[in-house]
Design a binder for this molecule. Structure first.
Ligand code: ACM
Length: 525
């Protein structure tokens, strides 16, 4: 203990002197009794070799170097410099790579893809030769920087100048995700969330390497996206919310801002327009979309399944064509989600015919449809992606269909944690942080694992109405879902995870996150 304290002091002196390499030499000579626990990384990487005694300093002399000509790397470097700024009390320099790696540099490099390094994977090396993140894509570099962020002391997350000696343990991490699809759904229809709220939702999710933002843009309680050819959707249909609040909607400019913000954090936006049910806000805005031509009143309750677009009228499909055309034009990603769940007012044949036409409209506008799992009971295009939400997944889709897994009893984060939690619903059961974690997505539906694009968690907004509410539902469960989506099944272990989760908690406090301090977390570290 005494020895360790002396060693830490030595470390601090060296840091104050800004002598990164000297520090490395001194640290290497530190007593071999020094103990460093496994770093509290989430999601846990594919391979981690960390030194228990060597630490590499980051000082105000450190420079970030980026591969020249790689779009986005300079921005990642700027974000990293901004993260370090309060602790260093300085904004460190950024420059293009011009020579070999050297001490005192943090390199962000895009390199040609190899079998070991492709897609979202990255390699992070921390040594006397500096810190180096290599990946085949800027997304991979981004994920490497998120891992580096977690290796830094938690106080790095505090804003405002608070200088302290910054170092990271020497070591080597190679990493790649289990699934390409690591999604978060946000229901902005039951309650509306501002662009600023959505940006924070993106920040908190991307920090844990989530890469899909599914926006549930329309439902009975509100229509939230501007459609120029049907302006009453937002003018009237967007004017309220569950409980009778003011509602709101995104203009096309707002939506573009969200898409760009998400893209810069390597998150693809997937817009969802609900049909043939969950559409009261649209019907109230345009009575010609109902079969009897009578507009229902705006709805602010939380029942489901009672509304439907009139499947017998051509105007319904003209409407859907206009909506999806405009939505496709403002969405760079390849997907449009067409809902399809909880229809209580149509026969199976009517439902199937409706969804068939909807899938054709999505295809005509150059996108791939995603639909909730009820769609497997009807006719499907072979490209349509099925999102499983019902806990019972005993029926598999046609062979070759791609799946996203979001079973409500595991991944719906709007469920209560336990019986004491006020916020949330519990129709799918209580979902404390162990519930998503102790589940293997590969075993959910009887399909080959190659059919599973990945996992997606969801926050439906019957009860959450503010960003503080969303934070409470996300933390600590979001990191559990992130590890589910990223870390290979054999490397996941609840006992180890709940300890790493405890180690993350000071970061959440520093970031001002309104977390639920679940008794399932191990607080001993
Ligand atoms: C759903 O929760 N009805 C998709």
């Amino acid at each position: 203990m005494q020895q360790q304290t002396a060693w830490r002091m030595l470390l601090t002196c060296a840091l104050v002197a800004g002598a990164a390499t000297a520090l490395h030499a001194q640290a290497a000579a530190a007593p071999s009794t020094a103990t460093t626990r496994r770093p509290g990384l989430i999601p846990w990487p594919t391979s981690v070799e960390m030194s228990s005694s060597d630490a590499i300093a980051i000082t105000n002399h450190t420079v970030i170097e980026v591969t020249p000509g790689q779009e986005g790397l300079w921005r990642l470097a700027t974000d990293l410099a901004r993260l370090l700024r309060p602790a260093l009390d300085a904004t460190i320099g950024i420059r293009d790579i011009a020579g070999p790696a050297a001490a005192g540099t943090i390199r962000l490099e895009v390199v040609p893809a190899t079998a070991a390094l492709a897609g979202d994977g990255y390699d992070l090396a921390i040594s006397a030769n500096g810190i180096r993140i290599e990946a085949a894509t800027p997304a991979g570099v981004f994920y490497g920087t998120q891992t580096l962020r977690q290796l830094l002391p938690w106080a790095i997350e505090l804003r405002g100048p608070r200088p302290f000696a910054v170092s990271v343990p020497a070591g080597h991490i190679t990493d790649r995700p289990r699934y390409a699809w690591r999604g978060v759904l946000l229901d902005v229809s039951r309650h509306f969330f501002s662009v600023a709220d959505v940006k924070r939702y993106i920040d908190l999710s991307a920090m844990y390497k989530m890469n899909r933002l599914h926006l549930h843009l329309s439902d009975d309680q509100g229509w939230r996206i501007e459609i120029a050819s049907w302006p009453n959707l937002t003018r009237y249909g967007g004017s309220t919310a569950v409980g009778g609040g003011a509602g709101g909607f995104y203009t096309k400019a707002d939506y573009a801002e969200i898409v760009a913000y998400a893209r810069d954090r390597f998150m693809m936006v997937i817009p969802e327009i609900e049909m043939p049910s969950h559409c009261n806000a649209a019907l109230a805005s345009y009575p010609e979309l109902t079969c009897d031509g009578v507009a229902p009143t705006l709805y602010t309750g939380i029942e489901v399944g009672f509304s439907n677009f009139c499947f017998e009228k051509d105007i319904t499909f003209k409407f859907l064509d206009d909506v999806i055309r405009e939505l496709a034009a403002m969405t760079p990603g390849p997907y449009v989600h067409i809902g399809g769940d909880e229809v209580k007012t149509m026969t199976p044949a009517q439902y199937s015919g409706f969804m068939e036409r909807a899938q054709a409209i999505v295809a005509r506008h150059g996108k791939t449809a995603i639909a909730w799992d009820e769609i497997i009971h009807g006719t499907m295009l072979p490209t349509t992606v099925v999102q499983y939400w019902r806990p019972d997944a005993s029926l598999a889709p046609p062979p070759g269909t791609k799946l996203i897994l979001s079973p409500a009893n595991r991944l719906y984060l709007d469920m209560k944690y336990d019986d004491t939690t006020v916020l949330g619903l519990n129709w799918a059961g209580n979902v404390d942080v162990n519930v998503p974690y102790e589940w293997d997505p590969a075993k959910h539906v009887n399909v080959p694992e190659s059919s599973i694009l990945g996992v997606e968690t969801a926050i439906w907004s019957e009860t959450p109405a503010t960003i503080r509410d969303l934070e409470f539902l996300l933390f600590p469960r979001l990191p559990a879902v992130a590890e589910l989506g990223w870390t290979a099944q054999p490397a996941r272990d609840w006992t180890d995870f709940r300890m790493r989760l405890g180690a993350q908690a000071p970061r959440w406090s520093a970031l001002g996150i309104n977390a639920f301090w679940s008794p399932k977390i191990d607080w001993t570290r």
